[in-house]
Design a binder for this molecule. Structure first.
Ligand code: IZC
Ligand code: ZN
Length: 350
C-alpha cells in the first residue's frame, strides 16, 4: 500500500437537486453550454429543481455524494451555494451546508456563490441583481457567518469583469476570502482580477491570459484546474504545464455539478490531469492534497502527513504513484483514516 494525505476537493457545487442528462443531447445538436443557459436552461433549471426540493431531499442527495467522495478518498470538500439566486434560498443552502458538516465525516468548507447566474427576473437588469448580491445577500451571509469564501462565475452569459469586481470587492470589505470562476470558456479577465484582489484561488483557467498568470503569481493565488469539465464539455484543457512552469501552485478539483462535471470521483480527474494535461504523478498528488488544501486556505491543517496536522490519511492499493492514474476509472483506495472533532475513524473501503 501507499500511504498518502487524504484528498481535498477544492471546488464543488455539491448541494443541488435533479440532474441534466437532457443537455447532452442538446449539445450533440450543436447548442453550447452558454446557449442553453441563455435560454433559461442549464444552471437555471437546477435552480428550479433545487427550489422545489425539501431540506431533507437536498440533504439526502448530498449525503449520497459525500459517501461516494469519502470512499474515493476525499475527506475535505469545498461546497458552493449558487442554486438559490435569492437571499432566502442562498441562505437556506448555506445553512444546509453547516448541517451536512455536522452529520457527515467529510469536512465541508462553505462558499457563497450568489453570483452564479443572473436569475430570470433580472434578465434585463443584471446590475440590479449585482446590487442585491452586494447589499442584501453578502451582509446577511456575514451576519450569520455562513460562508468562508465568496465566489463569482465571471463569464460571458453570467457576470462580466466589472460586475465580478464589484461583488468580490464588497465581499472582501466584509472580511470574506475570495475565489473566482475565471477564464473558463472565454478570456473574461478573471485570472487578472484574482491577482489584483488577492484571491485565494482562481478556478478553471483554460483561457487565462499571460497577464492573469503573472498577477496570480504575484498575489500567491492558487490555480485550481478542473479537467472533468473539459472532458465532459469536450473542450480544450487548461495549460497545466505552462502554469506550473510559470511558478503557480496548481490544484485539481472535480467541480462536481449536474451540468458540466457530474462526478464525485477525484481519482478520475487525476487520470485526466495525467493524460490530457501532462502533469506528473507527484504534481497530481500535490494538486489533490497540499495545493488543494491551500486553495481553501487549509494549508496549515491538512494536505500533508505531518505532526500538528489532522490525521486524514489514505492507504492506496497501488504499486507506485503513476499506477493510480494509469489504471483509470476505478477506485484504488483501500482504507480512509478520517479525523473529525476528537475522533479518528478508520473506514475500510475494500
Ligand atoms: O450547474 O452548470 N460552471 N457553474 C459554472 C456550473 C458550471 C454549474 C452548473
Ligand atoms: Zn464551478
Amino acid at each position: 500500500m501507499i500511504a498518502t494525505p487524504a484528498f481535498v476537493d477544492p471546488h464543488t457545487h455539491l448541494i443541488h437537486y435533479g440532474s441534466r442528462e437532457n443537455e447532452v443531447a442538446l449539445k450533440l445538436k450543436g447548442y453550447c453550454y452558454v446557449d442553453i443557459l441563455k435560454q433559461g436552461g442549464g444552471i437555471l433549471s437546477t435552480v428550479n429543481a433545487t427550489k422545489n426540493a425539501s431540506d431533507d431531499q437536498l440533504i439526502e442527495k448530498a449525503m449520497k455524494s459525500l459517501d461516494i467522495m469519502l470512499s474515493h478518498g476525499t475527506t475535505t470538500v469545498e461546497v458552493k451555494s449558487g442554486y438559490g439566486l435569492s437571499t432566502e434560498e442562498e441562505i437556506r443552502l448555506l445553512r444546509l451546508m453547516n448541517k451536512l458538516n455536522s452529520i457527515s465525516l467529510v469536512d465541508i468548507v462553505p462558499t457563497f456563490l450568489g453570483a452564479h447566474s443572473i436569475p430570470t427576473e433580472f434578465k434585463e437588469n443584471s446590475w440590479g441583481y449585482v446590487d442585491k448580491v452586494v447589499n442584501e445577500m453578502i451582509p446577511k451571509v456575514k451576519e450569520e457567518n455562513l460562508a468562508e469564501f465568496c465566489d463569482v462565475f465571471c463569464e460571458d452569459g453570467a457576470f462580466d469583469y466589472e460586475q465580478s469586481k464589484k461583488i468580490l470587492e464588497e465581499a472582501k470589505k466584509y472580511g470574506m476570502k475570495l475565489k473566482i470562476h475565471a477564464d473558463e470558456l472565454t478570456q473574461s479577465g478573471g485570472g487578472e482580477l484574482a491577482g489584483i484582489l488577492g484571491a485565494v484561488s482562481a478556478d478553471h483557467l483554460e483561457e487565462v491570459s499571460e497577464k492573469g498568470i503573472e498577477l496570480m503569481k504575484k498575489a500567491g493565488t492558487v490555480g485550481v484546474l478542473l479537467p472533468g469539465v473539459s472532458y465532459f464539455l469536450d473542450r480544450p484543457y487548461a495549460n497545466a504545464r505552462k502554469l506550473i512552469e510559470k511558478g503557480l501552485a496548481v490544484a485539481l478539483g472535480t467541480d462536481y455539478n449536474p451540468g458540466t462535471s457530474p462526478t464525485e470521483n477525484l481519482q478520475l480527474i487525476m487520470s485526466f490531469a495525467y493524460i490530457k494535461m501532462k502533469m506528473s504523478a507527484k504534481e497530481i498528488l500535490t494538486g489533490v492534497t497540499l495545493n488543494a488544501a491551500c486553495a481553501i486556505d487549509r494549508g496549515n491543517e491538512i494536505g500533508t502527513i505531518e505532526k500538528g496536522k489532522k490525521a486524514d490519511i489514505l492507504l492506496i492499493d497501488a504499486p507506485n504513484l503513476d499506477y493510480i492514474m494509469y489504471h483509470f476509472g476505478i477506485n484504488h483506495v483501500n482504507t480512509v483514516i478520517k479525523s473529525k472533532g476528537d475522533k479518528a475513524v478508520v473506514i475500510g473501503v475494500r
